[in-house]
Design a protein around this ligand. Structure first.
Ligand code: GSH
Length: 217
């Protein structure tokens, strides 16, 4: 049993962000999910851990914390290992900018409005609603184009070293790559593809790859 517990499932993008932080920092952790299903997230006892009924949640020595960004920061501040935030204040601010952009623009546009429409269609026949997906695609392309510009110097947001903002982007891009339009979308955003290629060579990448993507590989 490790002293650090991450409550979540491996397919979750935000849980993977936190797991990437653990691996990059060199911190042992247990990934746990002692519930019958995701519907249990909206009930006690989980609501006592996360008032909005989501994952990830972290437990460390009796201390409970939710929200992936806060957890990544806590891990960085609490353990020895490579810095997960740039030391230079403007670089650190740019990193925050991309974490915030991920929450408000990238994840809603790429994960909620696109990836999840394939992964969990919630349609009567269980098939993806192609009308919704096709309607989302222009914004998906625009968002990838914005990320492509941000990653111009690359391969990561702040150059040669991945930091917390990169841990938020990678899980989403990995799913985009696995979508039917993935090769075309990433072909049009070569810096985003380079970001993923660079990350895929790191131990943290394979250690956190969701089972669902292992099967697709
Ligand atoms: N703002 C939260 C977002 C967490 C989130 O949306 N988690 C998703 C999984 S990626 C979740 O809990 N989904 C389960 C559900 O909504 O039932 C964070 O940064 O941790």
């Amino acid at each position: 049993m490790s002293e650090l517990e991450i409550i979540g499932v491996d397919m979750s993008t935000f849980v993977r962000s936190v797991r990437l932080a653990c691996h990059e920092k060199g911190v042992d952790y247990d990934l746990t999910f002692n519930y019958a299903g995701m519907e249990d997230l909206r009930k006690e006892p989980h609501l006592a851990l996360h008032p909005f009924g989501r994952i990830p949640v972290m437990r460390h020595d009796g201390f409970v914390l939710c929200e992936a960004s806060a957890i990544c920061r806590y891990i960085d501040d609490s353990f020895n290992g490579p810095a997960l935030v740039p030391g230079e204040r403007r670089q650190a601010a740019i990193m925050e900018q991309w974490i915030s952009s991920n929450a408000d623009y990238v994840a809603p546009r790429l994960t909620r409005n696109y990836i999840l429409k394939y992964a969990f269609p919630r349609t009567e026949d269980g098939k993806p609603d192609m009308e919704l997906i096709n309607a989302a695609l222009p914004t998906v392309r625009d968002t990838l184009n914005t990320l492509n510009t941000a990653l111009e110097d690359g391969p990561y947001f702040l150059g040669e070293t991945p930091y917390i903002a990169d841990f938020f982007l990678l899980p989403i891009i990995d799913y985009v790559a696995a979508m039917p339009e993935g090769p075309e979308l990433l072909g049009a955003a070569p810096n985003v593809a380079r970001f993923r290629d660079a990350f895929s060579k790191r131990e943290s990448y394979s250690a956190t790859l969701p089972d669902m993507l292992k099967q697709a590989a």
